[in-house]
Write a protein that binds this ligand. Structure first.
Ligand SMILES: C[S@@+](CC[C@H](N)C(=O)[O-])C[C@H]1O[C@@H](n2cnc3c(N)ncnc32)[C@H](O)[C@@H]1O
Length: 408
């Protein structure tokens, strides 16, 4: 028997979910996302569902199912393991001609939920003749194609009036995208999608090269690290380029290493766009300040060891009058210190921390090119970190604190 596919518009419509366990926890978010008015009947709830109830997003009837619960529902989702309880819900739904999805036995259901992938405004739903595993395999293949832009139709050619993303604001715009710390797979799903839709990409030096390799041939790629002025003028030039291209109606992705707002000058670009009346949004990225320690086996916080972590830039020396960092205060703190751009000034930074009371035995580590194939790490102490870091080159972070060495 062939299926008849439909896309349900559930906004404001009552959907009954019976059961409050793991299956309901998986199903309810997509129903809420579609705007459904979800009523959940179950004597108990998982913590995830309870938090939705507490947030007022879900109405919970803390009791067993009654046939009259189906009254007024447009759809019923049965999420209980007990076959007899599930059959009672199905029977009540059938009697009232309400479509009913069953987690316990799809052959007894009047509707099936497909394997789904969402890609901005595009939703792809796959059924494979009642074989859910095959549907998932096909769905995953389509998702890959949508993410890397190889599926026809998922990327709008540059000469169309606007890409799907740009349509949202009716013209050109700038998206500040965090590319992650180095591993090309550590960009967010959303970041990768917008990258595949970009007309212009303005990329920093630390952006993973493989991400740029995936761009469509017609995309204009501006290498921001090659702009031939000093840092201040170069930033002005970048601001000018992104504003100009977006004003011409193009979707401009400003791609930055890590997170755009962690020592990434993303704030200056957002201000430049706002001043020029160009719409600008940000897609956060995985910052090297957390990712590089993580892949080197260092959790930046640890219960009973460090209840704070501080991320500082070391590119201005501690005794420089323009420094905004209170190094003596950092020396007194017990938590984790993560120093970015600190290799050049490491002797002065370590000396300042030691002079203001941080113990020379404090564990320390240096991580170079974290998350990439060429990652290097050294574990040492604050007293020896300068010597240990001799052969290290940027990009590298320095981590100081008891969390270094806490993992085996
Ligand atoms: C201008 S900052 C940009 C930081 C970036 N916005 C972020 O959130 O990771 C550049 C500094 O970040 C650090 N960094 C960036 N990527 C790194 C990586 N893969 N491994 C270690 N440190 C990295 C280095 O300290 C480098 O000098």
């Amino acid at each position: 028997m062939n299926l008849y596919p439909l896309a349900l518009r559930l906004e404001g419509r009552r959907v009954l979910v019976v059961g409050g366990g793991a299956v309901a926890s998986r199903r309810v978010p997509a129903l809420l996302d579609a705007g459904a008015r979800v009523v959940l009947v179950s004597p108990s709830l998982t913590p995830a569902l309870r938090s939705l109830v507490d947030a007022g997003r879900l109405h919970w009837e803390p009791r067993r199912f009654e046939a009259s619960d189906v009254d007024g529902a447009w759809l019923v989702q049965v999420a209980v393991d007990d076959r007899f309880a599930a059959a009672a819900v199905s029977a009540a739904a059938l009697e009232r001609r309400v479509f009913c999805v069953r987690a316990d036995d799809r052959h007894e259901a009047t509707a099936w939920t497909p394997a789904v992938t969402r890609h901005g405004p595009v939703t792809v739903a796959v059924t494979a003749g009642g074989d859910p595993r095959r549907a998932v395999v096909i769905r995953d293949a389509i998702r890959e194609g949508l993410l890397d832009g190889t599926l026809p139709g998922c990327v709008q050619p540059a000469d169309r009036p606007s890409s799907p993303v740009a349509e949202v604001v009716g013209g050109g715009r700038v998206v500040l995208v965090g590319a992650g710390p180095g591993d090309p797979e550590l960009i967010t799903v959303k970041g990768r999608r917008v990258l595949a839709e970009a007309d212009v990409v303005v990329a920093d030096r630390l952006v993973p090269g493989l991400l740029l390799d995936e761009l469509r041939p017609e995309v204009e790629l501006v290498d921001a690290s090659k702009i031939p002025y000093g840092p201040a003028r170069a930033q002005e030039e970048i601001n000018r380029i992104i504003v100009e291209r977006a004003s011409a109606g193009l979707l401009v992705v400003r791609l930055k290493g890590g997170d755009p707002y962690v020592f990434g000058r993303g704030g200056e670009e957002a201000i430049a766009c706002a001043e020029a009346g160009v719409p600008v949004t940000v897609i956060p990225g995985v910052s090297s300040s957390i990712a590089a320690p993580a892949v080197a086996g260092i959790p930046v916080t640890h219960r009973g060891v460090a209840h704070e972590f501080t991320v500082v830039s070391g590119h201005v020396a501690p005794d420089d009058p323009t420094s905004l960092v209170d190094w003596p205060a950092l020396a007194r703190m017990r938590g984790t210190l993560v120093v970015l751009m600190g290799l050049k000034n490491l002797p002065a930074i370590a000396a300042t921390l030691l002079a203001h009371g941080r113990s020379p035995d404090t564990p320390a580590a240096v991580v170079q090119e974290g998350t990439t194939a060429t990652q290097r790490t050294v574990r040492t102490t604050l007293g020896s970190v300068v010597e240990a870091a001799q052969s290290f080159r940027p990009p590298a972070i320095v981590v100081i604190g008891e969390v270094v060495g806490i993992l085996p």
